[in-house]
Design a binder for this molecule. Sequence first.
Ligand SMILES: C[S@@+](CC[C@H](N)C(=O)[O-])C[C@H]1O[C@@H](n2cnc3c(N)ncnc32)[C@H](O)[C@@H]1O
Length: 200
Amino acid sequence: MDEREFFDKLAPTWDANEVLSTPEHVRHVLSRIGIKKGDRVLDLGTGTGVLLPEIAAMTGKDGKITAVDYSRGMLDRAIDKCSGLCPKPDFICMDFETETIAGEFDHIILYCVYPHLHTPIDTMKWMRGVNLADGGHITVAFPTDEHFINSVHREKHSESDCLPPAEELAAWFRLNGLDAHVVESNADNYIISISKNPCE
Ligand SMILES: C[S@@+](CC[C@H](N)C(=O)[O-])C[C@H]1O[C@@H](n2cnc3c(N)ncnc32)[C@H](O)[C@@H]1O
């Protein structure tokens, strides 16, 4: 089973099994990211859209939200749940590692998505070059630490990669030319930010 089918199968029960990404927790993560009124936000691997109501509340009606996922099952749930938000998200069913997304964003978020990437550095650099506005940020985040994420992936026999500690991953990003730093790393939050400087 490939990853897309894996997530299609999980889609019907995803929200019922979601215990960590409560609205309060999502608000905490987004507040650390610094989303402002009117910001343009790209949610990569949106799944069933757990971030979207909170992103919409933070950007307000003048913001722009694009939600991308390659699992039709996951994305259809996000569409059912979140089409009434203001601003209404643009929902796109595509593989963001192999296809290009149109538009420029102040924030690109990968929430609970990073270990599923096949070519993470290339993907981040591509996103930074093509989709990230000057002064914008790419955020890699989880509502827990790497130990919990890795144990869940082992249990579900996911094909995803092992997630290293946040400091290690940020150092690896820097080695590969990405301006990364750890925003928060503890049992409840794993948040790394990658900045785009005007010269990049
Ligand atoms: C672990 S789920 C997280 C979903 C959501 N962000 C959440 O926290 O509930 C990972 C999601 O990323 C999507 N995904 C992974 N790789 C992707 C890719 N290359 N292109 C589009 N979607 C992808 C999967 O289909 C899945 O819905």
